[in-house]
Design a protein around this ligand. Structure first.
Ligand code: ARG
Length: 391
């Protein structure tokens, strides 16, 4: 019996390896680490450990599939309750790669290290079930505590990296870094600086602001400061620039799919800059009605993405609507970064619906006297109501 385990190299998934042998009776455990832009070193560490503890290890690159997904997210201004969806949107991409390996290896089951409390189990399972796989989730099924895991790991000769002082659960990819657990689970507790790795504390960021120019083609970012680059490099570069200025930290209460509220901490400089720029450009080119309706579409899109339901037919339908609007989202935005804030300060598009000659205080392209007739009807019903009800 063979099982393919989605492997991060962390304590939970490493403990899963002997558990899959001992408690579930598999004689072959294959670990697979999927690269979605997490630090190079994490991938290497996972590879090193997988090779030691599992029967076979594979590292699979999914950065281009992930960037494709992130382009959809940018076009949808992806945001669930203020969360930029970094972990959420990566899970189905990882799951698809695990399935590919499991099929090739003719595995009897797939496994993951998610607990029964979070969203990740739902996102993984959904894709695994779709491909007809049995899913093993030792963390969820065996209700393990961290202490037990550490003891068990020691017993099995597995190195234990997480120390008592830093018991955080961290999930990192190209789009975001998520920090959970330990003392952060108390919402009254202010997070220590040590939880952050991508972003400078805003008050310690440079005293001079920096302006970046981002160019979009059909809703997709294509250049920074007039330097063309592919999605992967572009996001990495913006994470650098934004991180330096302390841009893109989030500390929020989040409603998980199961209904549990959770305190979540994230850092995501590129995401914040990119979505701020993209929204600004949309305001220049999209009509009022499009903007208003797209908000509803975005809300629905983010909900599906958060739940990992990217295989829903509605997800494709929403993307089709969004793509129709993005045909004109071509142009650039300049943003000023300063001590944790990011402000759009200039924008341009050849598809702009703004007309300076019409709006300007100084120009006469519009005959203002026509507005008087318009104004006579504007607010008509409210005035009629006020006439009758003088309270
Ligand atoms: N709350 C976020 C989500 O549901 C982040 C989860 C992070 N996962 C983790 N294993 N640390 O998408």
């Amino acid at each position: 019996m063979k099982v393919v385990l989605s492997y991060s190299g962390g304590l939970d998934t490493t403990v899963c390896i002997p558990l899959l042998r001992e408690k579930y009776g598999f004689d072959e455990v294959i670990t697979v680490t999927v690269n979605v832009g997490q630090p190079e070193n994490d991938v290497k560490e996972a590879e090193r450990k997988g090779k030691i503890y599992a029967d076979k290890h594979l590292t699979v690159d999914a950065t281009s599939e992930f960037v494709e997904m992130l382009f959809k997210l940018i076009k949808a201004n992806g945001d669930y309750e203020g969360y930029i969806l970094g972990t959420a949107i990566a899970r189905p991409v990882i799951a698809e790669k695990i399935v590919e390996v499991a099929k090739k290896e003719r595995a009897n089951a797939v496994a993951h290290g998610c607990t029964g409390k979070g969203n990740d189990q739902l996102r993984f399972d959904n894709i695994f079930y779709q491909h007809g796989f049995n899913v093993i989730a030792p963390m969820r099924e065996l209700d393990l505590t961290r202490e037990w895991e550490i003891e068990y790991a020691k017993e099995k000769g597995i190195e234990v990296p997480a120390t008592k002082e830093k018991p955080y659960s961290i999930d990192e990819n190209l789009w975001s870094r998520s920090i959970e657990g330990g003392n952060l689970e108390n919402p009254e507790f202010i997070p220590p600086e040590e939880i952050y790795e991508w972003t400078t504390e805003p008050s310690e960021a440079p005293d001079n602001s920096e302006t970046v120019k981002i160019e979009f083609e059909k809703g997709i970012p294509v250049s920074i400061n007039d330097k063309k680059m592919d999605g992967l490099r572009l996001i990495r570069e913006l994470n650098e620039i934004g991180g330096r200025h302390g841009v893109g930290r989030t500390d929020l209460m989040e409603d998980r799919v199961l209904g549990l509220k959770a305190r979540e901490n994230y850092e995501h400089p590129a995401a914040t800059i990119m979505i701020t720029a993209h929204r600004d450009l949309e305001k220049l080119v999209l009509s009022r009605k499009e903007l208003k309706f797209k908000k509803i579409v975005e809300e629905e899109w983010a909900e599906l993405a958060y739940r990992g339901l990217v295989n829903e037919p509605l997800f494709n339908a929403l993307n089709a609507f969004i793509d129709e609007t993005q045909k004109r989202v071509t142009g650039w935005v300049k943003l000023k970064l300063f001590k944790g804030s990011v402000l759009p300060v200039a924008r341009y598009s050849k598809f702009s619906l703004y007309r300076e000659e019409m709006t300007s205080f100084d120009k006469k392209a519009i005959d203002q006297k026509y507005a008087e007739g318009f104004s006579k009807f504007h607010g008509l019903q409210g005035r009629l109501y006020r006439e009758m009800w003088k309270d």
